[in-house]
Design a protein around this ligand. Structure first.
Ligand SMILES: [Zn+2]
Length: 156
């Protein structure tokens, strides 16, 4: 018998739930295997400790409160799922529309850049890429770096 097989049946063995044949095979293995012996000892010690624990009899209010709490959590989860489902339906098309809009805008701007030979045209293109909304970004944020980069290019 392998250690894994023995340890899987150890709890039933110690409880006396196994047939005589199985019990003697396990007993034989455990007596010759220090690893399973240790496992059996720690299992026995744990049970002993559990047996020494005092049973707690909760007050009737405990069950009422517990049931109310479970109902509350389930209700909250249900309403969260409804909100999430609604947002998913709303946000996916909105994100697709926004992303394709930004893509078209950048694509158009880059097409203009490719055609731009003169510095004035380049300046016009970068000016059109400049967003007023990026003005208020904190220093050294990605937004402010982006604005700075655009400003540098405008200086060329
Ligand atoms: Zn073993």
């Amino acid at each position: 018998m392998k250690c894994q097989q023995v340890q899987r049946r150890l709890s039933a063995f110690l409880d006396g739930e196994l047939s005589k044949k199985q019990a003697s095979r396990i007993s034989e293995h455990v007596s010759g295997c220090p690893h399973c012996q240790q496992e059996a000892e720690s299992l026995t010690a744990t049970w002993k400790q559990l047996g020494e624990m005092h049973e707690v009899d909760p007050s009737p209010h405990f069950w009422i409160k517990l049931n109310a709490r479970i109902a509350q959590v389930e209700e909250r989860r249900f309403s969260l799922e409804r909100v999430r489902g609604f947002l998913d339906r709303l946000l996916v098309p909105a994100t697709v529309v926004a992303a394709s809009g930004v893509g078209l805008w950048i694509g158009g701007a880059l097409y203009d850049v490719q055609r731009a030979d003169e510095p004035e045209v380049w300046e016009q293109v970068t000016a059109s890429l400049y967003l007023d909304a990026l003005d208020d970004f904190p220093a050294h944020s990605i937004g402010s770096d982006y604005v700075e980069l655009l400003a540098d290019q405008n200086d060329l």
